[in-house]
Design a protein. Sequence first.
Length: 366
Amino acid sequence: MSWFTAPTPPVPLIVTHWRFRSIHWLFLSICSLICTCASASKAPLNLNAYDPEVAALLEEYQAESDAFGSMLPSVLAYRGATRADTLVDFARGIISITAPDSASIKRAAVEIILTQIDPSVIDAATANDFGLINSKTQKPFFYQQIIDQDGLPIASVWRAERFVDRLIKQQASTQGRSLTLALVGQHKAIAGAKYIQFAQTASIKHRIPVPLIMAIIETESSFNPMARSRSNALGLMQIKADTAGRDYFSIIKGYAHTPTSGHLYTPSNNVEIGTGYLSILADRYLAGIYHPLKLQYAIISSYNGGAGNLYKSLAPNGGKKAAIARVNAMTVDEFYWFLTNRHIRAESRNYLKKVTRRMKKYENIQ
């Protein structure tokens, strides 16, 4: 939600249960990442040796990263126990690993295949135990999203190592410096399934349709629970702590509070707050729009661009009352056309198209 301001310190490295070892690794990871980013800023990457899709990911990351990692919500910069740099692109469905030698490449690949990056379970930046899996599901984070040469999901060190050895041989032209892992074609459906229950719970509580919640999560973060934007919007639904987060606590919970980064990175909390904010838009900021489908379009547009910019688009000099009157005078098709062609923010024009298109994938989920 890019109109939000007043960011909190960007700390995407979240731990649910702190231990001394985790704190130690967190310190080392941050120091290493700062050095890596500093080096990258001095010398542009040579992308000629990479496949076009991987080269595009690396180029985007170099332009949209800082000392704390990725500022692309769909990209996670993972740094575990190895010297490798691992980028997970949740939108493209690829994992790119770069390291100085093949041994580091192999260890990093096995680690990312088997580890758990859900911040409600473990800190993605400090996890360094092979097979560190979700205690509830007994599965790694990318289980079923990465399959081996036998077409089977990977949940053991043996299967992971055998698969990585095969990939390294197949990609020998990179001379041991990089490796690319492809997620399965249905990776978004598999990833999104982890969060449907959260969406259903929040839907009942806030009277927001599940398909709308799921489509916004996919559009905002591509189901990356550690998503962070340049404007410091965090988590699955890209919540800004000092605006949507604070509105949620003051309006819905009834007390003043600004949620921490750790709270927003926890998927269940993020979906609850994001859905709650959708209901705030509907019941407060956009109150007076009577047709349910026009209200839904206004909610989607305002989640991205803000209710204020919606009103400015509709009535530059007339304010909220005149804007709402104009909405109510339009047909549903006229209002959709207006939002996708005349909204003052191009990003918001495209955002409504993306969300409404993706809602169709989830229309059978209630």
